[in-house]
Design a protein. Sequence first.
Length: 50
Amino acid sequence: MKNQIKKIIRTSESKLIKVQLDYRTIITLSKLSSLDAWLIRYPNAKVMTT
């Protein structure tokens, strides 16, 4: 897809959770329930901020 449109959802910075999945992949989550799903897929993941 040449011009793929990405949706960006804005939330307050204090509610976001940064998680490091491996040595180069960092994701930002907005729900604590989604953190559980990522920790199942990546057991060595580290929570950087809460």
